[in-house]
Write a protein that binds this ligand. Structure first.
Ligand code: PHE
Length: 487
């Protein structure tokens, strides 16, 4: 048993957690990943499913995670174990904590490569490497930047180093300060880009692409991608939000904080879409251009606007900062676990994690040059890290979390910790027990090809299933508890 005599660190100001959690949530997921996935999966239908997943799955899961962190007072592994054993459940539920630590680590391994792109584009903008090129030439710049492993490796190594230095110093003060000016700055840059798009054409088409929700039916893969992205963009089931929650003062309201983070995160993603797609359409580029999408399209806009290199530099500074406030949150779980359980100091924990991370991220970086052919089932190592975390580890971890929170804990634990009024608590419970799990399960069933068997492709059935689940669940849950109880 770890003894934690020392009181755990807490966020400084009243806004500390809100800022830090927003810093973790808003990142490359919003500005880089959301637009290119929307492009790949055809626009509005993807956006709609994504928004539903944020509200119906993301928000309830985030509330549960923060509550686990604050009540469990530790890294995800310790928090899950304490929560479970505190209600007379098996300590084996800490497996959910292990899964989330693994997910955070795997995500960071490819995240530093993308953050490296952002850093290198900042450098290119400042040194004039992006000026005066045509659309094709700018695409070639992106390819060339990737083709040389020494160049790309330099940038991802730099990101790894900076991340570990910050984490080693202790995150509280640094994050709280930087998010406070970085977040408004990023939003301002997006406003500039949206304004440019609105004036220079392509805006109407972009708007229609993002918000005409009936653009044909979404594929199973697209639904899973939208679900996975809701977890990714809110930093869920990856140890980040839970560990940050463990530094949250008892007095803060979990419900309000969660809504604030989810709202800010969603707004930044939609703004990024509105900033990027006008450029894509006005220049006849392919919306399904893949991971390089923003790096190929935005420089085109910066080139055409007045003071473009200034705005470009500011934009890439903000994006790099946003990436860093996310990347540090991904290792926080591992570092906090090493400190609490293995006697590491913060600094030694950060450096040890950093070395392992550097090895894996270097392998991920090679996926863009010498390792481009090292594929399994058509996916590179980089693709696999992304695919396994977003599509499988995070949704399954979220499902587990919400199952523990909704069914396994003693009756009043979540009610006390969430501190909601009776109506809102009932709403949360309904979401956590039935709506969110049903959403996750339906999407998994669909991907496994079972959806049509189970639901005959008719959405109204789902309502019936939901009602049935509620009936059975509410009648059964005391028995379910007994069946799962330890001897
Ligand atoms: N939410 C971050 C983003 O959108 C990524 C992230 C995932 C951060 C998991 C922490 C944990 O960029």
């Amino acid at each position: 048993m770890a003894s934690s005599e020392q009181p755990r660190a807490q966020w400084l100001g009243r806004w500390g957690f809100l800022l830090a959690a927003t810093g973790s949530a808003v990142g490359l997921g919003n500005v880089w990943k959301f637009p290119y996935m929307t492009g790949e999966y055809g626009g509005g239908a993807f956006v709609l499913v994504y928004l539903i997943c944020i509200l119906a799955v993301g928000v309830p899961v985030m509330m549960a995670e923060i509550a686990f962190g604050r009540r469990g007072q530790g890294s995800p592994v310790d928090a899950f174990r304490r929560m479970a054993t505190g209600s007379g459940r098996s300590p084996a539920w800490s497996v959910l904590g292990w899964m989330s630590m693994l997910a955070g680590f795997m995500i960071l391994s490819f995240y530093v490569v993308v953050a490296g792109w952002s850093f290198s584009y900042l450098w290119k903008t400042l040194s004039g490497g992006l000026s005066g090129g045509s659309v094709d030439e700018l695409a070639a710049v992106f390819e060339a930047n990737n083709a040389n492993p020494w160049n790309l490796g330099f940038w991802s190594t730099l990101v790894t180093l900076v991340t570990m230095v910050i984490v080693g110093k202790g995150v509280q003060e640094g994050i709280e300060k930087s998010v406070r000016w970085m977040m408004p700055g990023l939003v301002l840059m997006l406003v500039v880009l949206i304004g440019f798009g609105a004036l220079s054409g392509g805006f109407g088409e972009a708007f229609a692409f993002l918000f005409s929700f009936n653009t044909g039916s979404l594929s199973s893969a697209g639904m899973l991608a939208a679900l996975g992205h809701a977890f990714f963009t809110l930093s869920l089931a990856a140890g980040a939000i839970l560990t940050y929650g463990s530094y949250l003062p008892k007095t803060a309201s979990i419900g309000r904080t969660t809504l604030g983070v989810a709202l800010a995160d969603t707004l930044v993603a939609l703004m990024a879409g509105l900033a990027i797609f006008p450029v894509i359409f006005a220049n006849g580029m392919d919306p399904a251009g893949g991971p390089g999408l923003i790096f190929m399209s935005l420089p085109v806009a910066f080139q055409a606007m007045p003071l473009g290199s200034l705005f470009g530099a500011l934009f890439f500074i903000m994006l790099s900062m946003a990436a860093l406030t996310s990347s540090i949150s991904m290792v926080e779980a591992t570092v906090s676990w090493l400190c609490d359980n293995k006697g590491f100091t913060r600094r030694s924990a950060a450096w040890s994690t950093g070395i392992v991370l550097w090895l894996i991220s270097t392998a991920a970086m090679l996926s863009f040059n010498v390792g481009a052919d090292w594929t399994l089932a058509g996916k590179t190592f980089f693709d696999w890290l992304d695919y396994l975390t977003s599509r499988w580890l995070m949704p399954l971890g979220g499902l587990g979390t919400i199952f523990v929170a909704g069914f396994l804990l003693n009756k009043n634990v979540m009610r006390d910790e969430l501190g909601l009024g009776p109506r809102f608590y009932a709403l949360w419970l309904l979401m956590a027990r039935y709506v969110s799990p049903l959403g996750i399960l339906v999407i998994f069933a669909d991907v496994l090809g079972l959806y049509s068997v189970v639901f005959a492709q008719h959405w109204p059935y789902l309502l019936g299933v939901l009602l049935l689940m509620i009936l059975v669940g509410e009648r059964l849950s005391p028995r379910l508890r007994q069946a799962l109880a330890p001897r």
